[in-house]
Write a protein that binds this ligand. Structure first.
Ligand SMILES: [Zn+2]
Length: 156
């Protein structure tokens, strides 16, 4: 049996998702359908870390009290924050349609985007402010995402 040793040293500390690269295609498609359509854990952790470092408190992670289980919920300020995965939510900058099973994936994408909009609408109707970031934004600069969150918290 051939073993591939992962080059862990070169990965960022939280890059657990890099493990997906060693899965077979079959496992991967099973996994992909099981993964909820949210930003990946690495970017979410980066934002979490920045929130803590900025001394911003009073948030709840993945609150199931709200529709869509926002990534961060500030109950007191009634602010719901989503970090949408570029792939699953059709980021105009990053999304590339897969070349196989085109209609399956495009329908899935349409469902996700439609659900995102519906959830945003429901939350706003319920008096929540909703802000959505793309995964690539938080990957590029978690601190600018946190800066924006802070502005919203202050203005609320
Ligand atoms: Zn993107």
């Amino acid at each position: 049996m051939k073993r591939v040793k992962a080059d862990v040293g070169r990965l960022p500390k939280n890059a657990k998702l890099a493990k997906m690269d060693v899965l077979t295609r079959q496992q991967r498609s099973r996994n992909m359908s099981a993964i909820r359509s949210r930003g990946n854990r690495t970017t979410e952790k980066a934002v979490r870390f920045c929130l803590v470092r900025a001394g911003i408190r009073g948030w709840e992670l993945h609150s199931s009290a709200l529709p869509g289980r926002p990534d961060f919920v500030f109950h007191k300020e009634r602010l719901a924050v989503f970090i949408d995965g570029c792939y699953w939510h059709g980021c105009p900058k990053c999304y590339r349609a897969p070349t196989t099973n085109k209609s399956y994936w495009s329908q899935k994408l349409i469902r996700n985007v439609t659900r995102d909009r519906a959830i945003t609408r429901i939350l706003r109707k319920g008096g929540w402010r909703v802000v959505r970031f793309w995964e690539h934004q938080s990957k590029k600069s978690a601190s600018s995402v946190v800066r924006k969150i802070r502005e919203l918290l202050i203005s609320g």
